[in-house]
Design a protein around this ligand. Structure first.
Ligand SMILES: *[C@@H]1O[C@H](CO)[C@@H](O)[C@H](O)[C@H]1NC(C)=O
Ligand SMILES: *[C@@H]1O[C@H](CO)[C@@H](O)[C@H](O)[C@H]1NC(C)=O
Length: 333
């Protein structure tokens, strides 16, 4: 016969085992729930458009063009409407453009003038919570991505400056050939050193002693998937002073298709005039008109080709600081 104390010990043992099992189940369940709620909040985070199931009406287009201009650049916007925007006969299901403009704290005079312009052309994207300022260009770029992603369905987004001339038809045609879901296309620089002085100094850049590869700002293309990534993660992205550098840094960790194309004359100065260019930057309003006339009347961009600065093809076999050697003797446009 087992003694009372033996029975008691057995009971205590069984109770201890049961207790351990219960504790394990409770802890396991809790951590599972934590994980699930974490996953849920991440999913919600990935849906900036509102609650799940809410889909605002989104017009569809192949190429969405965001033309960056200052609020007072009414004349330039009209020149763009009258010139390169007319270069495609395709409908809005293929090409669609907007001029995004931040309207926060704008003067009444500018607001009135923008309202007139909008009434005539309906192609301004007036962004309420965006303040226009030279040192907020990264923020503007990001808000334009969010605006595009929330308002349209598109395959590619072209961001261009107001002093760029774009051969829209050629861009569309090339995109159909390239056809990549994670495309980042333009004129790439991998060896630029951070600016440490003056108006454009970059105080927060500490990732490296160079910038990460980025497409120069006169114009570049991002696929929908990349715009979606940037918009849905906007609140976590660090804004550097230079907006183009920022885009390069934001995308640097992703599995993207960097495409360097010397037909993008999109550096801080134009390399000249070459009939292979599909985007050419740093053009005055008169030059925009002239390039358009050349194309319409003579079917070429340049009446006379010339070069003031040699070009390069990005060398992926080199380290980034040696990526971009200009070659005077080559025929790279
Ligand atoms: C627009 O305003 C900026 C300053 O805010 C000025 O430097 C520039 O000359 C103006 N441009 C035009 C076209 O009026
Ligand atoms: C390259 O060409 C430019 C303009 O044509 C000229 O000024 C420069 O000296 C040339 N550089 C070299 C290394 O040949």
């Amino acid at each position: 016969m087992p003694s009372t104390s033996q029975i008691l010990r057995t009971y205590l043992c069984v109770a201890a085992v049961l207790c351990a099992v219960c504790t394990f189940i409770v802890v396991y369940k809790c951590s599972c729930e934590d994980f699930e709620s974490d996953l849920r909040s991440r999913r919600e985070f990935a849906q900036p458009n509102g609650p799940p199931g809410f889909t605002p009406p989104q017009p569809t287009t192949f190429l969405f063009i965001a033309i960056m201009s200052a609020p007072n650049e009414t004349t330039t916007r009209q020149v763009i409407r009258d010139t390169w925007l007319k270069l495609t006969a395709k409908g809005k299901d293929v090409v669609r453009h907007v001029f995004p403009i931040g309207v926060k704290d704008l003067s009444d005079e500018l607001l009135h003038s923008l309202a007139d312009e909008q009434e005539k052309h309906s192609d301004l994207a007036l962004i309420e919570n965006l303040q226009e300022s030279y040192d907020q260009l990264a923020r503007k770029t990001l808000q334009v991505m969010e605006y595009a992603y929330q308002s349209y369905k598109f395959s590619y987004l072209l961001k261009v400056d107001s002093d760029s001339f774009v051969r829209v038809g050629a861009v569309v045609k090339s995109l159909k050939d390239i056809s990549h879901p994670r495309l980042y296309w333009g004129f790439l620089d991998g060896r630029a050193k951070p600016i440490r002085k003056g108006k454009w100094k970059e105080v927060d850049w500490m990732l490296c002693d160079r910038y990460l590869p980025y497409q120069l700002g006169g114009g570049y293309v991002l696929s929908y998937e990349l715009v979606r990534f940037l918009s849905t993660n906007a609140r976590l992205l660090k804004l550097y002073k230079n907006e183009d550098v920022s885009v390069g840094a934001w995308l640097a960790g992703l599995d993207i298709k960097y495409l360097h194309d010397p037909r993008f004359d999109t550096e801080w100065m134009s390399r000249g005039c070459n009939n292979q260019y599909i985007i050419t930057h740093k053009q005055s309003n008169d030059q925009l008109r002239e390039l358009y006339q050349n194309l319409v009347e003579k079917k070429v961009l340049c009446t006379k080709e010339f070069r003031v600065r040699p070009s390069y093809v990005y060398d992926w076999s080199e380290i980034p600081s040696n990526c971009c050697k200009r070659d005077n003797s080559s025929t790279i446009p």
